[in-house]
Design a protein. Structure first.
Length: 189
């Protein structure tokens, strides 16, 4: 199968997770993150806001805000993605691809986050245990994190989105960790 077919297969698996199961899995995944030493020590974190049936980190985001951690979320402009620091979820609004993004303009001026040594939670369609990630096909995360060698990348997904092995191209950025409702695994990146 090519990447397009694999992407379709894993999107279907993800979308078949029922609402109640998705909520339970998100809570279990969040529990693992909240107990994770790397998260507890992190002062700066790149997050994503869940879209559709993606695994949700809202519980972790809420904890990070309450504990004074610095948070940044992605915003897409054309073929580029940048992260912007926010202080509350109220600074997000629907943007490109219906994803919640930092609001820029209209009196809101989030600071660009260009952190080199942050923890980053990364969404995806599928992952494997070697750290390979299959995203949505636009390459935003690959291009952004190709320039951030000091960041620790943690792919977040349901266990049903973890493949035995994925095809990866030379430009595909690999994850350092894989987090599912079953726990956190350091990849063999």
């Amino acid at each position: 199968m090519d990447k397009k077919q694999i992407r379709k297969q894993y999107k279907t698996k993800r979308d078949e997770v029922s609402g109640l199961a998705a909520k339970e899995c998100s809570m279990r995944l969040s529990f693992h993150i909240l107990r994770w030493r790397l998260y507890q020590k992190a002062g700066r974190i790149y997050f994503y806001y869940p879209l559709g049936n993606e695994i949700s980190l809202i519980q972790v985001i809420t904890d990070a805000l309450a504990n004074g951690k610095r948070l940044a979320f992605p915003k897409v402009n054309g073929d580029q993605m940048r992260f912007y620091e926010i202080n509350s979820l109220g600074q997000l609004s629907e943007g490109c691809f219906h994803v919640m993004e930092p609001r820029i303009g209209q009196g809101e001026f989030p600071k660009p986050a260009d952190w080199e040594d942050a923890l980053c939670f990364v969404p995806g369609v599928a992952f494997d245990k070697t750290g390979a990630r299959l995203g949505y096909g636009k390459g935003y995360y690959d291009r952004y994190f190709a320039k951030k060698s000091g960041c620790r990348l943690a792919g977040c997904a349901y266990q049903c989105q973890v493949a035995d092995a994925l095809m990866a191209d030379s430009w595909d950025i690999r994850m350092d960790y894989l987090i599912t409702e079953n726990g956190i695994v350091q990849t063999s990146k």
